[in-house]
Each structure stands twice: as structure tokens, then as C-alpha cells.
Design a protein around this ligand. Structure first.
Ligand SMILES: O=c1ccn([C@@H]2O[C@H](COP(=O)(O)O)[C@@H](O)[C@H]2O)c(=O)[nH]1
Length: 238
């Protein structure tokens, strides 16, 4: 049986440190991996990240770097110093991603720390096929995700962020050692909100997602701890 806690990443999307601390403290027995994203990182200047590390939690730094190769590479180099477990860039051009993979390895070796996994966001889970058409892209979300996953793999980064709807195809073309991180997860009874390509925790695991990311269905629940426990059980029963 799989250990659900090794698959679940909880997104701590709040705008200040005290709120994040209350959430982390209430979830610490049921959750091992936490995601610090743009809102939380900018609001606390990384304080939450330090708090999670003090607690011995695995940290996913989700800042989704997307820029010219030199800037992406420099940002990754600086972020490696935070000594996190996993971090995001956007799937961009081959050279930008290749340089990110290379600098992460070099900087981790120089600091004598474990290299963080670098994963590239393929197509945000809040985007539908219609949204892609609106921004001038003629591919479907699935076609674009696969195309980008293949390029990400070729560049040497460790994996991708995608919807669990695409994960089985990614495993097929990129292999199952290529990391798949899947947000847009909604238990059957949860509100979808701004997410478009949603999947339940159980379905995501059945389709082969290596990790699932859950934010509001846990953090905005009446009892976040119970919501996390229920999702861990759903993963284990899948
Ligand atoms: O394609 C993506 C990439 C990142 N995210 C992030 O995951 C969480 C999801 O939160 P929910 O509250 O469960 O919707 C959030 O931090 C996003 O920034 C994503 O949703 N989709």
C-alpha cells in the first residue's frame, strides 16, 4: 500500500506568517510536504520557508520562474541556497531549462547540499482549451502539455507540473521516473473555484501522479486537519 503522506503536498497560500503558522501547526501531524508559493513567499520574505525547515518538513518552493535564460538561471542559483526539496520554473525554451538544470546541480554541489528537484509548469491547471485559444495557442491543453513535457525532459530538468488529466500520457512518453506534480485536485464534494482541469485525489493517483498539490480544499476547510486526513486516506484507498 502507498503512504498517502508521501504523495500529498499542501499549498499554504495565505498572506501573512501568523496565518501560515496556525495552519502548519494544525497540519503538522498529518502532512509532511508543504508548498510555499508566490503569495506566501512575497508576503513573508521567506519566513514561512524557514519555519517549515525548522519543523523538519519537506518544502516545495513554487515561484514559477519564467524569464530569459540568464535570469532564470540566476534565480534558480539563488533559490538553491534555500535548500528546498523541490522548486518550479515554467517550461520555457530548451536552453533556459537546460541552464537551470545545470546551475542547480553545480550550486548544490558547491554548497554540499542535496540538489532540489526542478520541475517545469507545462500549462496552468486554471487554463482550458478555450483559454489557450484566447491567448493565441492552437493546441489543446493536452497536446501542449505533452509537447512541453518532452522538451522539459530533453533539457535535463527533473519533471513537470501538469493536471492529473495528462499524467498517464506523460508517463507513457517521458517514463515513470520523470516527476509529475499535479495541482487542480478537488475531492468530489469540493468547490472547483478558478481551477479548470480538475481531478479527484483518488483519480490522480490511479492515473499515476507522483505528487498531488492541494490548497483550498484543505486550508479553507472548517477542519483543515480532518480534510488532510481524509485526502491521505483517499490516496491510500485509490
Ligand atoms: O498549474 C498549476 C500550477 C500551480 N498551481 C498552484 O497549486 C495550488 C493549488 O491550490 P488550490 O487551492 O488547491 O487550487 C496553488 O498554490 C497554485 O498556485 C496550480 O494550481 N496550478
Amino acid at each position: 500500500m502507498i503512504n498517502g503522506k508521501e504523495k500529498l503536498i499542501v499549498a499554504i497560500d495565505t498572506d501573512d506568517f501568523d496565518k501560515a503558522k496556525v495552519l502548519i501547526d494544525s497540519l503538522e501531524d498529518s502532512v509532511d510536504i508543504f508548498k510555499v508559493g508566490l503569495e506566501q513567499y512575497v508576503a513573508t520574505r521567506g519566513k514561512t520557508l524557514d519555519y517549515l525547515k525548522e519543523k523538519g518538513k519537506k518544502v516545495f518552493l513554487d515561484l514559477k520562474f519564467h524569464d530569459i535564460p540568464n535570469t532564470m538561471k540566476s534565480a534558480v542559483k539563488a533559490a538553491v541556497r534555500d535548500n528546498v526539496w523541490l522548486m518550479t520554473i515554467h517550461v520555457s525554451d530548451f536552453e533556459g531549462m537546460r541552464q537551470c538544470a545545470e546551475i542547480a546541480k553545480e550550486e548544490a554541489e558547491r554548497l554540499n547540499i542535496e540538489k532540489p528537484l526542478i520541475v517545469g509548469v507545462t500549462v496552468l491547471t486554471s487554463l482550458s482549451n478555450e483559454d489557450l485559444q484566447d491567448i493565441g495557442c492552437s493546441y489543446t491543453a493536452e497536446e501542449l502539455v505533452i509537447k512541453r513535457a518532452l522538451l522539459a525532459k530533453k533539457s535535463g530538468i527533473d519533471g513537470v507540473v501538469c493536471s492529473a488529466r495528462e499524467v498517464d500520457k506523460i508517463v507513457e512518453v517521458c517514463g515513470d521516473d520523470f516527476v509529475t506534480v499535479c495541482p487542480g485536485i478537488r475531492p468530489a464534494s469540493a468547490e472547483v473555484g478558478d481551477q479548470k482541469r480538475v481531478v479527484t485525489p483518488a483519480d490522480a493517483i490511479r492515473r499515476g501522479a507522483k505528487y498531488i498539490v492541494v490548497g483550498r480544499p484543505i486550508t479553507k476547510a472548517e477542519n483543515p486537519k480532518q480534510a488532510a486526513i481524509d485526502i491521505v486516506k483517499e490516496i491510500e484507498n485509490a
